[in-house]
Write a protein that binds this ligand. Sequence first.
Ligand SMILES: Cc1cc2nc3c(=O)[nH]c(=O)nc-3n(C[C@H](O)[C@H](O)[C@H](O)COP(=O)(O)OP(=O)(O)OC[C@H]3O[C@@H](n4cnc5c(N)ncnc54)[C@H](O)[C@@H]3O)c2cc1C
Length: 397
Amino acid sequence: MNDYDLAIVGGGLVGASLAVALHGSGLRVALIEAAAPPVADAAWDERCIGLNEATRRIFDSLGVWGAMRGDAEAIAATHVSEQGRFGVARFHASEAGLDALGYNTPLRSIHGSLLQRVRDSGAAILLCPARVDEVQVDGEHVHLHGTALDGGLRARLLVAADGARSPIRQSFGIATEAHDYAQTAIVSSVRTQREHAGIAHERFTPDGPIAVLPRPGRVCTVVWTVPTDVAERLLALSEAAFLQALQAAFGHRLGQFSALGRRGAYPLTRVLSTRLVAERTVFVGNAAQTLHPVVAQGFNLGLRDVATLADLLPDYSDPGCAALLHAYVDRRRDDRRQAADFTDGLVRLFSNRVPGLGELRHFGLSALNLSGPLKRRMLQRSLGFGAHTPAAARDRA
Ligand SMILES: Cc1cc2nc3c(=O)[nH]c(=O)nc-3n(C[C@H](O)[C@H](O)[C@H](O)COP(=O)(O)OP(=O)(O)OC[C@H]3O[C@@H](n4cnc5c(N)ncnc54)[C@H](O)[C@@H]3O)c2cc1C
């Protein structure tokens, strides 16, 4: 049986980030990922992640920002509007004293940069493809068994970064607060007639929000959230008919859309684990909380889980001790709750068709433009500076 200080199960964006963050910690780390690395698609035809400023700083401190920066498009401003109403809330990077509010970055590029860093630095032993099927905890260790794990391994701390369904969370019998939004996000790319000028558009429609986010060149990522039955109809449309429907819902701010990329569909649920830790175990990223993508909080929040854990580990000689687990829960509780409530509140406010709420939304968007303190609070949350900011995201230009 192989011995480690820390075993990370799940080598997605969050698990891979943790492995990189632990480079130089002196801990023996295993990173276990079930899926073989994805095959890269055409550069403009794939899912992108809106990385916020806190995330950029953390990635910079981990030495991986430079590797993905060339593929990332800076978001200079965000325009939030509602179909059929005039209220528009505008957020400019300059209001926050920054060059960009965030960076729209291909998931492939982020993931590739992280895994490359793990390999180059030797931050962790990467076991991939390998799957954990069984977890046992005794007083001192967590024992892991499964496929391609070479007789199993043991570690003093298990970090479950195994995604929304988290088999590890299930094996501990930990309950979740789950809500099915009955919505599906259709993700694709379009070419635009006009320059996007680095502006991210978030447009709320009666069916759900449409995000149109800048990519290098005259290309934008589209995340179109609609009720699942509507998504099925949209996905069955021809490319031309889909583009027409999208154009009708979004309008002509960017001129005519053309050349649709491949369409991907993501059913949306909110899953909050009722516990962030179990004996010698921490849950991070989607395994701890899976959020609606409307305001791009999910991965950004998961990276703050990772950076917080990396902040705490040097203070404890035993990485799986109860004191560390308590400290972790203490630091993550408020940030996580606020991000989940912020996201869910927006989804519910803008998908509610109760008479009168439309006026309230209109008033809300206009008020956001006028009110300094309210706008600043929204900006801080969107930039990733919530209840607790990990050390790597503080005071780093
Ligand atoms: C349409 C859409 C748009 C989004 N946009 C944004 C955005 O703009 N900004 C943002 O911050 N977030 C965004 N998100 C959220 C973001 O994608 C997720 O929060 C993030 O990818 C979660 O990463 P993770 O590593 O926690 O989980 P996952 O990506 O689910 O990774 C879990 C990994 O664990 C592995 N695994 C599972 N079980 C085992 C096992 N037993 N053994 C070994 N390995 C195992 C899986 O193979 C998988 O690779 C978006 C989400 C969606 C759906």
